[in-house]
Design a protein around this ligand. Structure first.
Ligand code: ZN
Length: 417
């Protein structure tokens, strides 16, 4: 093991020496790509670069960079590279490359310092895979640059991925890749729009989106499913707008026959026509359409306690619901009093599948729920999109149904270039 380590270090040192000793064209290229990395870290790169006059180029707009938080406050990480990789600090005062496949060890050294392979720095270190090289971390493959950002005694991992590549890594984890192409295309447009809308409101200086349900699920754009790639490529650059603006194209697993106005889920949201609810006649084939669940009394009582209502559970009633039957408020009564809570928050805390509750009874040890749908019920119903595609509807029809009044635009048109 020790010998192997020595050999590995020797290899890295040799390569480091070669890279530094011969400031050749390749080194210049490294510097150039590194400089790009520097620009990427700025928010300015979010708008696509101007397009050429070639009409083909207009239909294939350049990518926007999406900065995805892969991990926060890590102490160590192992990142495999399947081929050549460039390693450099953002200000380029230290750089080297490794040409052969291998594994890089990333460590937090404390005091704001990090080490990647043999390179130590108190500044962000970038791993840039060469073309055809993938970076593998936590079993997921990434083709974008990974920024290792020091954060006190730890570091963050942030991938800078081109938008379309990012979508390759979102779609299969938000919708089954085996579903019909037109459903996947609808999902691609919805996910692309949701991402770009999120980029308009970024609050963190280091990243734009999370890689989990706080944004959209993402497991790297390196593993590409043919169906997903086709769906993303055939809708390249297409987004949904309403009154010439992007909007949050929410989506969910199953609406239980009809979607609802966004305010039923988030009372402070601004309601617009595409998020005001739609009928859905094609989602009843799914096992998510109807459900029943038993939630322990303890879980409900813990939730009640967390919102300031202690005591033992006496009853739960739907105190307000939408026309489609989705509960917006529930009133919980315990031995200590009663409180009305938003059903959306109750759903997330207890794990009931949706707020479209059709039956509810407090029993000796648990609360029995029956209901329809899975998720918040706003925007596109994925099971319904699948059903529409199976009925021969194309992605434009699907999107028009679930986001009524919206228009499909190309991002090059949207950005006015
Ligand atoms: Zn539906």
């Amino acid at each position: 093991m020790k010998n192997l380590l020595r050999l590995h270090l020797l290899l890295i040192c040799t390569l480091l020496f070669c890279a530094c000793a011969a400031p050749s064209k390749r080194a210049a290229l490294t510097a150039q790509t590194a400089a790009k990395g520097q620009i990427d870290s700025s928010a300015l790169t979010r708008a696509p670069e101007p397009q050429s006059q070639d009409p083909q180029a207009k239909r294939r707009p350049k990518d926007v960079t999406v900065r995805v938080l892969l991990a926060e406050k890590q102490k160590s990480a192992s990142i495999k590279h399947t081929g050549k990789v460039y390693i450099y600090t953002l200000n380029l005062d230290k750089k080297y490359k490794i040409s052969a496949p291998g594994t890089l060890s990333v460590k937090a050294l404390g005091g704001g310092k990090i080490q990647v392979g043999t390179l130590q720095s108190d500044k962000t270190i970038v791993l840039e895979p060469a073309v055809n090289t993938l970076l593998v971390w936590n079993k997921n493959s990434y083709s974008g640059k990974i920024f290792i950002i020091p954060a006190g005694n730890a570091f963050h991992l942030v991938e800078h991925a081109p938008l379309e590549t990012y979508l390759y890594g979102v779609l299969p984890y938000e919708m089954s890749y085996s579903w019909p192409l037109e459903a996947l295309k609808a999902q691609a447009v919805a996910a692309r729009t949701y991402t770009l809308k999120t980029l308009e409101n970024v609050k963190n200086q280091n990243f734009d989106v999370f890689s989990d349900v706080r944004s959209q699920m993402y497991k790297g754009g390196g593993k590409q499913y043919d169906s997903v790639k086709k769906a993303v490529d055939e809708t390249r650059g297409e987004v949904l707008t309403y009154e010439d603006k992007l909007f949050y194209t929410y989506y969910h697993a199953n609406c239980g026959g009809a979607t609802d106005d966004v305010r039923s889920w988030n009372p402070s949201a601004v309601s617009i026509k595409p998020l005001s609810g739609a009928s859905c006649k094609t989602d009843s084939h799914s096992t998510s359409y109807k459900w029943q669940m038993n939630i322990s009394r303890a879980k409900v009582e813990n939730y009640a306690k967390s919102v300031g209502l202690p005591g033992s559970l006496k009853s739960i009633k739907i105190s307000r619901k939408t026309d489609t039957g989705r509960a917006t408020n529930l009133t919980i009564r315990t031995s200590k009093g009663s409180k009305t809570v938003p059903c959306g928050k109750f759903r997330l805390a207890t794990g009931i599948r949706s707020c479209k509750i059709t039956k509810l009874s407090v029993r000796k040890n648990d609360v029995h729920f029956e209901g329809k749908g899975y998720g918040h019920g706003i925007g596109m119903c994925q099971d319904g999109a699948n059903g529409m595609a199976q009925d021969g509807k194309n992605y434009k029809k699907i999107l028009k149904n679930y986001y009524p009044g919206s228009e499909i635009k190309n991002i090059s048109d949207y950005y006015g270039i």
